[in-house]
Design a protein around this ligand. Structure first.
Ligand SMILES: C[S@@+](CC[C@H](N)C(=O)[O-])C[C@H]1O[C@@H](n2cnc3c(N)ncnc32)[C@H](O)[C@@H]1O
Length: 585
């Protein structure tokens, strides 16, 4: 039978029909139901009582809602059962449990089935249909298996952000407490785009506490907020917190733990196959921690489906936040400040006009227009996908480089390059439509990520988007420097040999181990300027045996017909120390 978009099985429906039959009062019905399945105040009001009676008579109500807004990814029964089974194996057998956003109630059902000592279950959920669904499913469970341990179950139809969890915390007398669930998978910026109000009042909570805003834009995950809310409200409560959350949320929690110092320990995650379990393309895990313990600052990562020892440990190590503590401990000598500044490639936000292909000698833009422009401002352009090879000297795409530095006037183009100017002005509307505020008040056809460094003939580059940590040596194309787009980061050089040495140093197994030890591959942009700036080229050059450099220079020269020797190796090392940034190292 379908009721409020939800399914109620025949036995539960018959039981309810009997219980709410004509003449029965709400309090009596609630008592009967509580006796049967433990749910307290099944009907919270007369209106609900009448509503259900009507619905059982075939007048089911359906409501519409935006599942994105509520970060709605219900956990399947098989998975909730397996998670709870794992908890039992680890000796967790709570007396009091809380599911702060219980949805259809699958965690609650799994808990009732597996935890034999449960006295009380608390749950909160904003979506009325799910509250009914959870109630009906729990009722069905106890009709099927009446011998199960029957805790008192309080299911609240409320907003988690308004709910007074302190009241629950103050009432808990047991030392065996468990917070279990899967909070909403949605970020504040996604909610902003939907004009949603499903946000806590303190939306800028990270800034309020003066912590580093991890995204830099005040964006945060609702699940992160709810996890911290739980840690805050139940910090004096002995027990465990077990949440299914995105890996990025766990990373943020551990990163902020240095400032927040929540009394949580034995922090660990069990990675799950999110595609299989939720049909979602994001890395997620089951996050475990013990509450009311001396604070820990690291997290061990396991696989949920196997019983293997931890595959990794990340977190704070000697005052540094790192992705792989053991790898980092072996290579920490490389951690410092790069003496050369890593740059992001150029940004134009106008691909239909500025991303140009070359077909049979003709330049063609994204609108299929053939370009008739002077050659001077046309440069080869590499995107992340072009950095697959070790050495690149040819581009698939081209772009028009309208400025030599950010904010430079572009009026010179009209006089010096009339054909290029005609092309740009014909397509001016595409530039004017660019949404980003960085273009406001800037000269027409402005670009970003441009400076002296863009015109360096030799570059060593990496894609920020791909999970591949090796670096590409970028050489000029027809004696013109190749440009990189803003998904890439690079160092620029005037001398080929200096670029070759850097390429060898950065791809050396030890440097790669160091870079991987500080890189969170789950992040949208795995390699960031911050991480790359930690590669201390001076220290790396001193640490890597000269023979390794010699061997590689020889091999590259032979394989790629590059005229490079080690003659300028010491000159290169000296230049690193002379570099203006070295003074701050
Ligand atoms: C990822 S789903 C998980 C549901 C359930 N915990 C499970 O594991 O199947 C998140 C749940 O949070 C609920 N939710 C979203 N925003 C909420 C809010 N402000 N207050 C309470 N519940 C909320 C959604 O309706 C949804 O049921």
């Amino acid at each position: 039978m379908k009721l409020y978009e939800i399914i109620i099985d025949a036995k539960a429906s018959d039981f309810l029909n009997q219980t709410v039959k004509e003449g029965v009062l709400i309090d009596d019905a609630n008592k009967v139901i509580a006796n049967k399945c433990g749910i307290q105040n099944f009907f919270t009001s007369d209106a609900e009582f009448i509503e259900l009676k009507d619905s059982l008579n075939g007048h089911g109500l359906a409501s519409n809602r935006n599942h994105t807004e509520y970060g709605d990814y219900q956990t399947n029964r098989l998975l909730t059962d397996k998670i709870v089974e794992k908890l039992v194996k680890e000796g967790i057998n709570p007396e009091v449990m809380l599911e702060p956003t219980f949805g259809e109630g699958n965690f609650i059902i799994a808990a009732i089935k597996a935890f034999t000592n449960l006295d009380v279950i608390y749950g909160v959920e904003i979506y009325k249909s799910y509250v009914w669904q959870a109630k009906f499913s729990i009722l069905s469970l106890f009709i099927e298996e009446p011998e199960l341990n029957k805790p008192k179950i309080y299911l609240h139809h409320e907003n988690v952000f308004d709910f007074n969890f302190r009241l629950i915390a103050e009432g808990i007398k047991s030392d065996k407490f468990l917070i279990l669930g899967n909070p909403p998978w949605v970020t504040s910026s996604q909610l902003g785009a939907l004009d949603s109000v499903n946000l806590p009042a303190k939306s800028n909570f990270k800034n309020h506490k003066g912590l580093d805003a991890i995204t830099g834009k005040g964006n945060f995950d609702i699940a992160e907020y709810i996890t911290l809310m739980m840690m805050d409200n139940f910090k004096s409560q002995n027990g465990n917190l077990v949440f299914l959350i995105k890996n990025s949320v766990v990373k943020n929690i551990i990163q902020d733990q240095k400032d927040r110092v929540y009394p949580i320990s034995s922090i660990r995650t069990y990675s799950i196959d999110t595609k299989k379990e939720f049909n979602a393309s994001v890395e997620s895990c089951v996050f475990f921690c013990e509450l009311n313990r001396p604070a820990d600052f690291t997290c061990s990562e396991y696989n949920f489906y196997t019983d293997e020892s931890p595959k990794n440990e990340f977190g704070w190590y000697k005052n540094k936040f790192v992705a792989n503590i053991s790898k980092y401990a072996e290579t920490e000598d490389f951690d410092g400040n790069s003496s050369i500044v890593w740059r992001q490639g150029l940004k134009h936000d106008c691909s239909s006009v500025m991303e140009i292909n070359c077909l049979e000698g003709s330049l063609i833009n994204g609108n299929s227009d053939i370009l008739d422009v002077e050659n001077d401002l046309v440069f080869g352009l590499l995107k992340s996908s072009d950095l697959k090879n070790n050495i690149v000297s040819k581009s698939r795409k081209f772009t028009i480089v309208t400025q030599t530095k950010v904010g430079e006037k572009t009026s010179y183009i009209e006089e010096k390059y009339p054909k290029t100017f005609a092309y740009l002005s014909k397509n001016k509307s595409f530039f004017d439509k660019r949404k980003s505020s960085i273009y406001i008040g800037k000269p027409d056809y402005s670009i970003f990520g441009i400076g002296d460094y863009s015109f360096k003939p030799y570059k060593v580059a990496i894609s920020g988007l791909y999970k591949k940590s090796d670096f590409t040596l970028v050489l000029p194309q027809n004696e013109k420097p190749l440009m990189l787009d803003d998904t890439c980061y690079f160092l620029g050089f005037d001398k080929l040999e200096h670029a070759v040495y850097t390429y060898i140093l950065l791809n050396h197994r030890k440097t790669q181990a160091f870079l991987n030890s500080i890189t969170f591959l789950d992040a949208k942009r795995a390699f960031t300027k911050n991480n790359l700036m930690r590669l201390d080229l001076c220290k790396i050059a001193k640490n890597i045996p000269f023979q390794d450099i010699e061997k590689e220079v020889e091999s590259i020269s032979k394989k790629h017909s590059i005229q490079a020797t080690t003659d300028t190796w010491y000159d290169f090392q000296y230049s690193l120390q002379e570099s203006p940034l070295f003074a701050f190292v």
